[in-house]
Design a protein around this ligand. Structure first.
Ligand SMILES: N[C@@H](CCC(=O)N[C@@H](CS)C(=O)NCC(=O)O)C(=O)O
Length: 202
């Protein structure tokens, strides 16, 4: 059975939400990132960075939310959470799937830190450029690929919700509506319940 290495109130929620979207059996393994001694050598064999989330399948572990989402979407193609490799939309799907990690996160952190952006030299451009590109892509909706909800929507919605909650992303109507639409999905609500139960554990 697949194992999700999880810690409450972290980015690992995104992986949990993805597992609930596919609805296949999995086990949650707690990694306490706030405990002394974290990350353990044992956990670094799962995720070399020692960060959560991590996923293990068939005895092989790995990290990075985008990789986890893509792996799970491809493992269960019948759930239609990713255009197939033969689908011409696949490239654009991969672009948006990776956008949170490669572009949105660094751009929002740079802004939060008050660093002066260098849009040409930084891989993430800058905050206005990154979030302007995303805002344009969210129209006309409802999802990045019209009526098909994909793992890219899940990751973008998760990053938007996180960033807006912590005041790192401005609450443009397109971002608020997109995040709310994604969070109305039953799988999100199930993941939220699981997250709450995990957080209540000692
Ligand atoms: N790029 C990583 C970021 C993961 C990440 O930064 N996780 C944080 C929690 S939100 C973490 O594990 N922090 C503990 C640590 O750095 O050891 C991903 O998207 O999976």
């Amino acid at each position: 059975m697949m194992k999700v290495y999880h810690c409450p109130q972290t980015r690992a929620f995104t992986a949990l939400w993805m597992m609930e979207e596919v609805g296949e059996p999995y086990e949650i393994v707690r990694v306490n990132i706030r405990a002394p001694g974290h990350p353990s050598d044992a956990y670094k064999k799962i995720n070399p960075m020692g960060k959560v989330a991590g996923l293990e399948d068939g005895g092989i572990g790995f990290g990075e939310t985008a990789a986890i989402l893509l792996y799970v979407a491809d493992k269960f193609p019948q759930k239609k959470l990713a255009p197939l490799p033969t689908d011409p939309r696949r490239g654009r799907f991969l672009q948006w799937l990776m956008f949170s990690a490669t572009t949105l996160e660094p751009a929002m952190v740079e802004k939060r830190m008050g660093h002066t952006p260098n849009s040409l030299q930084s891989g993430w451009g800058d905050y206005d450029r990154a979030f302007g590109a995303l805002e344009a892509a969210l129209k006309p909706g409802p999802w990045l690929f019209g009526d098909q909800f994909t793992a890219a929507d899940l990751y973008v919605a998760s990053s938007l919700a996180f960033g807006m909650m912590f005041g790192m992303i401005d609450k443009r109507p397109a971002f608020v509506q997109f995040a709310e639409r994604a969070q109305a999905r039953p799988a999100f609500k199930r993941a939220q319940d699981i997250e709450a139960k995990e957080a209540a554990k000692p």
